[in-house]
Design a protein around this ligand. Structure first.
Ligand code: DGL
Length: 274
C-alpha cells in the first residue's frame, strides 16, 4: 500500500498539542505534521492570506499522499476550512477530506457548562470570524458565548516567553477582559491550539470554579469517531505508526521548540510550500 499518512496542519507549533492527543488515541496511523512557521502567526492576517497559505499547505500534504488532513489550527479552521471543503476539494480530489477543530469542540462544549455561560479565547482572526458563536449555536442554542481575542499570546508562545514573568501581564489582561463580559462564565474554551502551553498561568489568574477546556483530547476523540463512521476514508490511511515533521522555516529551531508542544524529541525537515 502506498504511504498515506494523516496530515496535521498548523501555522506553527500549536497543532502539535493536537497531534500529541490524536497519536495517543490513534497510534496505529502514519502522520505528517506541517507547521507553516515561516508565515506564522496567522491570527492577525487577513481572510485572503490565511485561506491562500492554508490551501497551499493542504495541497502540499495531498502531494505527499495524505487522504485526510486536519487543520489543527483554529484560525485556519475558521477562515479557510469552509472554502477549501466547498470550493477547492471538489476540484482537487472529491475523495479526500479536510477537517477542522472548531466543530468537534462546539459539538461537546454544552456538556461542560452548568451556568450556560461560556467563554472563548482565540486569535483575533478566530474571534472576528465568530465561528465559535455560530457553530455552538447550532448544537446548543441555549448557551451564551462570550469571546475574547488574545493577540499577544501566540507571539509569546512562539518565542518561548510564555513562562516568563512578563507573560503574566497579558495572560491576566485578556482573562480579566473576558470575565468582565459576564460573571457567570463557568467554562472557558482555549480556542487556539497554542494556548494549552499557557494552561498553568491561565489557571493562576482564573477562579478555580471555572473549567478550562483544551481541544487536543476532544479533537482526537472526534477523529476516532469520524474514522469509525467513514470506513472508505479510514481504509485509505496507511498504518505503520510513522511520524514525519515538516516546517517551512528553520528545521533546527523547529526541533528545539517542537518538543515543548509535542512532549517528545522531534526531528523535522524544511520544505517550500509556495
Ligand atoms: N494555533 C493557531 C490557532 O489554533 C493560531 C496561531 C497563529 O496565530 O498563527 O488558531
Amino acid at each position: 500500500m502506498r504511504e498515506a499518512p494523516i496530515g496535521i496542519f498548523d501555522s506553527g507549533y500549536g497543532g502539535l498539542t493536537v497531534l500529541k492527543e490524536i497519536s495517543r488515541v490513534l497510534p496505529e496511523y502514519d502522520y505528517i505534521y506541517l507547521g507553516d512557521n515561516a508565515r506564522n502567526p496567522y491570527g492577525t492576517r487577513s481572510f485572503e492570506a490565511v485561506y491562500q497559505f492554508t490551501l497551499e499547505c493542504v495541497n502540499k500534504l495531498f502531494s505527499m499522499g495524505c487522504q485526510l488532513v486536519i487543520l489543527a489550527c483554529n484560525t485556519a479552521s475558521s477562515k479557510a476550512l469552509r472554502t477549501i471543503q466547498q470550493k477547492d476539494l471538489p476540484l482537487i480530489d472529491p475523495q479526500r477530506r479536510v477537517l477542522g477543530v472548531i466543530r468537534p469542540t462546539a459539538e461537546v462544549i454544552g456538556n461542560y457548562s452548568k451556568t450556560r455561560h461560556i467563554g472563548v479565547l482565540g486569535t483575533p482572526g478566530t474571534i472576528k470570524s465568530k465561528s465559535y458563536v455560530l457553530e455552538i449555536s447550532k448544537f446548543y442554542p441555549d448557551l451564551h458565548v462570550y469571546q475574547q481575542a488574545c493577540p499577544m499570546w501566540v507571539p509569546l508562545i512562539e518565542n518561548n516567553e510564555h513562562l516568563s514573568p512578563g507573560a503574566d501581564y497579558f495572560v491576566q489582561k485578556y482573562l480579566d477582559e473576558l470575565l468582565s463580559q459576564n460573571a457567570n462564565i463557568d467554562t472557558v474554551i482555549l480556542g487556539c491550539t497554542h494556548y494549552p502551553l499557557l494552561l498553568d498561568k491561565i489557571h493562576q489568574f482564573l477562579p478555580s470554579t471555572i473549567q478550562v477546556i483544551s481541544q487536543g483530547a476532544i479533537v482526537a476523540e472526534s477523529l476516532k469517531d469520524y474514522l469509525l463512521r467513514h470506513p472508505e476514508i479510514e481504509e485509505r490511511c496507511s498504518k505503520s505508526s510513522a511520524f514525519r515533521f515538516l516546517t517551512t522555516d528553520l528545521a533546527d529551531t523547529f526541533n528545539s521548540n517542537a518538543s515543548i508542544f509535542f512532549g517528545k524529541e522531534v526531528t523535522s525537515e524544511i520544505i517550500i510550500v509556495a
